[in-house]
Write a protein that binds this ligand. Structure first.
Ligand code: ADP
Ligand code: MG
Length: 604
């Protein structure tokens, strides 16, 4: 029952936001539809919502004799006592939205409850009832708003362009569709359907409907639940990245938020998986015990504050690492083409120090493309011509609704034990396969990864293991490196025994157990070079960077590996925390599925 709240309660409720623009009207109307239990909501707008907004739902409807009451200030069916305020489950409860909306527009309400034979049509202009009558209509509620601010022209001036207003509406509706995955949403702009979702609870299909520019084959599911906190959603594989963080949307307990803590968790989860300056796409839904959130933040603000930020950040990074450690996350050959192309473009622009506008993917940009009535999206980056056919072709076939359901991933870490080595290619790549994929492993990148992780863990280890060498190696270094001895200690911590041996010379008598002599010598030389460039501090981040830089040349390229060495390398890789990329973010593995091979040969 809709009642007008008495003054005592009404005063306890913070004054509502004023209706500022079309998007605020739509937010209120859609929230009412959700509160009314609708599982299908259609939003239609014209001219950015300034001239026309219609929201139709199949919710519970409003009884004939309550329709006018719904538009009174502080009229709500959602609370009746002050006590109810503490147990509120609905999105609205202040009973103000419809009153504020109808005051500044021409409003038409068409509503019918399932149990009623006829519904009601109620028309209000500037808050005054113009007509009210029984009317035939489907179950549910439709609210049509026309002539926004017709009676308060001053406010009209604050409106932005049609497309800017539609962009805000599209953003809101996209977020709503993602957050309420069991509700079917449809958004129509100037007669064109911008998107529609099925309400079947499948977030991947929602993403593909809302962002056709995202190749959902490059999204992996995140699904991590522990008592008190859970993270679900999708993140991109290292094969699909952007130059900015605009393609990251976070929900905390169902609400869209901005959060540096979540961003940091993501960055950490992708550490060493991406080139510098690249960012993943992420749609993440965090559910956390409300007690672990700071409640003092205004409910309409997009910020969120966690009581234990470190815990949340680590939880997110772990959940992402787990997702990226699965077979689905191994870079596909087709995407490796595109990604290297994107990276080249990114690097080029960095070198030229041109501030490239976020053209690859920008939530806002993509959306405004749509709001200009282009109902299909431009592919984010041109695919290089060589792969056009393959990628394009593949896409249309693979990304059907059926595939999404069929390919519901089983979450298992990549299984190295299934890998069968098939040989070596150009003395640089290891060929391997499991039951349904073929892999090329870059020997050099793999070695780098293995060295890097071993050196870092050796550096961190309490006990060092060293192997003596028969004839000591003499290393001549730059003057600047010899000015400080700190780098010697760092090398010692990684398993070297090295000491000063005359002016710019050093004598190595023991080396880390996992390196051969030439690898150890090259690494030590590069390390001393890099130390002289950076100031050697005992900061693990700096040291990891130094190790990362120095690993590269330690590894021999074009070195023929015998089968035992290949096996050993794969075994070492298996032990790595992060086996799928070298420390600089280049992939160690790329995969081509059996299905893709069959397509290449036109077998399927
Ligand atoms: P609130 O949502 O805070 O209760 P509103 O002004 O938004 O206040 O709505 C007033 C009342 O009108 C609601 O409490 C609800 O009973 C009714 N109402 C509004 N929209 C709908 C709808 N789409 N379906 C059914 N009832 C609705
Ligand atoms: Mg409401």
């Amino acid at each position: 029952m809709i009642r007008v709240l008495d003054k005592q309660i009404a005063d306890k409720i913070a004054a509502g936001e004023v209706i500022e623009r079309p998007v605020s009207i739509i937010k209120e109307l859609v929230e009412n539809s959700i509160d009314a239990g609708a599982d299908s909501i259609v939003v239609e707008i014209k001219k950015g919502g300034k001239s026309y907004i219609r929201v139709t739902d199949n919710g519970q409807g409003i009884a004939h004799d309550e329709t006018e009451k719904a538009f009174l200030r502080h009229a709500t069916s959602k609370i009746s006592t002050v006590r109810d305020l503490n147990s509120i489950q609905t999105l609205g409860f202040r009973g103000e939205a419809l009153a504020s909306i109808c005051a500044v527009t021409r409003t038409e309400l068409l509503t019918k409850r399932l149990c009623d034979k006829t519904g009601t049509r109620l028309i209000l202009h500037g808050g005054e009832v113009v007509s009210s009558a029984h009317a035939g209509c489907p179950d549910g509620t439709t609210v049509v708003i026309t002539d926004l601010f017709y009676n308060t022209p001053a406010r009209l001036k604050f409106m932005k362009s049609d497309s800017a207003e539609s962009t805000m509406i599209i953003d809101l509706m996209s977020q709503m569709a993602l957050a309420y995955k069991d509700i079917s949403f449809r958004l129509i702009n100037n007669g064109n359907v911008l998107f529609s979702t099925s309400g079947d609870g499948n977030r991947l299909s929602i993403i593909s409907r809302i962002f056709p520019g995202i190749d959902i084959r490059n999204l992996v599911e995140v699904d991590c639940v522990i008592p008190g906190i859970s993270l679900k959603g999708f993140v991109s594989t290292p094969a699909m990245t952007r130059t900015g963080k605009n393609a990251q949307i976070f929900f905390v307990n169902g609400r869209v938020v901005n959060s540096k803590v979540i961003e940091k968790g993501i960055t950490e989860g992708y550490r060493e998986r991406l080139f510098d300056g690249r960012h993943p796409i992420a749609f993440l839904f965090l559910e956390i015990n409300p007690e672990d959130l700071d409640v003092n933040i205004h409910p309409n603000k997009k910020e969120v504050r966690f009581n234990d930020e470190r815990f949340v950040e680590e939880f997110i990074s772990k959940a992402i690492k787990e997702a990226l450690g699965r077979k689905e996350a191994v870079v596909r050959v087709a995407d490796a083409f595109r990604e290297s192309y994107e990276n080249k473009a990114a690097f080029r622009s960095q070198e030229e120090v041109v501030s490239v506008k976020e053209e690859q993917f920008n939530f806002k940009n993509i959306m405004s493309t749509v709001s200009n009535d282009v109902a299909h999206f431009v592919q984010d980056v041109e695919t290089p011509p060589v792969f056009n056919d393959f990628a394009g072709d593949n896409k249309s076939e693979d990304i059907s609704e059926d595939t999404i359901i069929l390919e519901k991933p089983i979450h298992r870490p990549f299984d190295f034990d299934q890998l069968q080595i098939k040989g070596s290619l150009f003395d640089t790549y290891i060929m391997a396969a499991d039951n349904d994929c073929f892999y090329l492993i870059d020997q050099h990148a793999a070695h780098e990864r293995v060295f890097y992780e071993k050196l870092v863990s050796e550096y961190d280890a309490e006990e060092k293991v060293r192997q003596p060498i028969l004839v000591p190696v003499i290393l001549d270094v730059d003057i600047s490196a010899s000015a400080s001895d700190e780098w010697l200690e760092i090398l010692c911590d990684m398993g070297y025994t090295i000491e000063n041996f005359g002016q710019n010379s050093y004598r190595i008598s023991e080396i880390p157990t996992f390196m051969d002599l030439s690898e150890a010598e090259n690494f030590a030389r590069d390390f001393s070079d890099n130390v002289s460039a950076a100031s050697a501090t005992r900061n693990s981040v700096v040291i990891n960077k130094l190790i990362m830089k120095s690993c590269k040349s330690a590894v021999k390229a074009n070195d023929i590996l015998n089968p035992e060495e290949i096996d050993a390398l794969i075994k070492d890789l298996k032990q790595c925390v992060n086996p799928f990329s070298c420390p600089h973010g280049r992939p160690t593995f790329i995969k081509l599925s059996k299905h893709e091979i069959e397509r290449l040969f036109k077998r399927v």
